[in-house]
Ligand binder design. Sequence first.
Ligand code: NAG
Ligand code: NAG
Ligand code: NAG
Ligand code: NAG
Length: 407
Amino acid sequence: MLLEIISLLSFLLVRQNCNAIKCCATVPDYYRANGNCWDNPDAESTQTEILQRWGAKVDEHFLTTDDGYVIFMSTASFNKTKSTPVVFGHGQHHNGDSFVTNYNKSLVYNLLQDGYEVSIINYRGSKYSKGHVNLSYSDEAYWNFGFHEMAVYDLRKCLEFIYSRNKEKSIYIGYSLGTLISFAYSSTFSEEAGEYLQGIISFGPFATLSRVRSLFNPGLVIWPAIRPFFKLVFGNYLPRAEAALDIASKSPLGWLFLEFIERLPIIGIDLGQIDPSYKPVQVFLFEDKIPIGVLDQLSELRRSGKLIQKDYGVKNMEVYGTPTPPVYDLSKIIVPNALFVGKGDFLGDPNEATFIYEQFTNETQCGYVLIKLDGWYHGDFLWAKDGIELLVKPVMEKIKQLEQNSC
Ligand SMILES: *[C@@H]1O[C@H](CO)[C@@H](O)[C@H](O)[C@H]1NC(C)=O
Ligand SMILES: *[C@@H]1O[C@H](CO)[C@@H](O)[C@H](O)[C@H]1NC(C)=O
Ligand SMILES: *[C@@H]1O[C@H](CO)[C@@H](O)[C@H](O)[C@H]1NC(C)=O
Ligand SMILES: *[C@@H]1O[C@H](CO)[C@@H](O)[C@H](O)[C@H]1NC(C)=O
């Protein structure tokens, strides 16, 4: 509510003439009558439309998982010259649009331009992946999943599909929760993951969230106490803050309030990497639902301090043969792993990344890369103004290394 009021005030300070998302070259341009501004159609576009506007040929896939969920994955290419498919997996609170909201500074754009075929997964429950063979999106039963199901059903299905289509191992690039999903999958189905994957690259990875500066850390400890109220107020998921984002996307003051009030406590802040000419689209296209089951599972990790699998309570004996859940054993992973970590990242905290990296075997450790900018925070993996130098180039190097098995 506070966010809405403040954003509304900042909105009034800005010249308004239409509903389209207006982008301007610099911050002062937003407040000038004759500022260097233009309408950007991306905010009202789908993932496919944005990719097509870049000049890509796009195939839309709707894949049905073994538990009946219909997952949307877009596969794009310019002029394909590279054989290794690259697959992107998004984080919590979002969908695959994450990876196409920094125009030609997006890693996806640069990979396409370099001749790679890129697929973008949209995990269950998000904007593009609402289908199920038997259940409706509004059914209680539809929402009965955590990140475990995104790993062993959604990611698994998508990788299997890409492998059968290309007959080539792919490289998975995960962001935020998308990293934990790949660890859960590749430790659970380690042999199979070794057949489908040439490597895993993780942006801002986290595990149990016990070592992070984010407010999420204490939040997940007290989650069981908050949960009943959350359920009563929101139901099965935390919805997107529709009105607030719409308003906040329209002016620099709006972005600032969003960064300080909503983002800073959770992921950190790095005002230096804001690109004024694209920020409105990034604000407008960000946020999707947070399923309650994902929060449940993250809370289990946080409270146990271990990478435990889903806790079925009294049914653990039946499911696992043990009274408590076993852990996701990262030393079982046989796919090479590289982590990209930011010092200013409150969620994918360097301490958390170290905890993860040390669990990989020496053979699968393919680099713990600290981004060369002190303030680099969680959002910079998607939106950084200097993303080409700081992220795209080092990642391209890492991809070549993984392709040549030379970690
Ligand atoms: C969907 O419903 C059919 C018929 O009731 C059932 O056989 C099938 O197992 C269900 N599939 C899933 C994924 O729940
Ligand atoms: C693909 O190659 C064709 C022919 O060389 C060229 O005309 C076209 O611009 C290229 N497309 C992209 C997106 O690079
Ligand atoms: C990205 O696009 C902008 C605007 O069209 C252009 O000025 C810039 O040179 C492009 N950058 C790269 C790296 O292609
Ligand atoms: C793995 O690496 C660690 C630290 O670099 C080293 O202490 C250990 O001996 C290595 N183990 C093997 C089996 O190479």
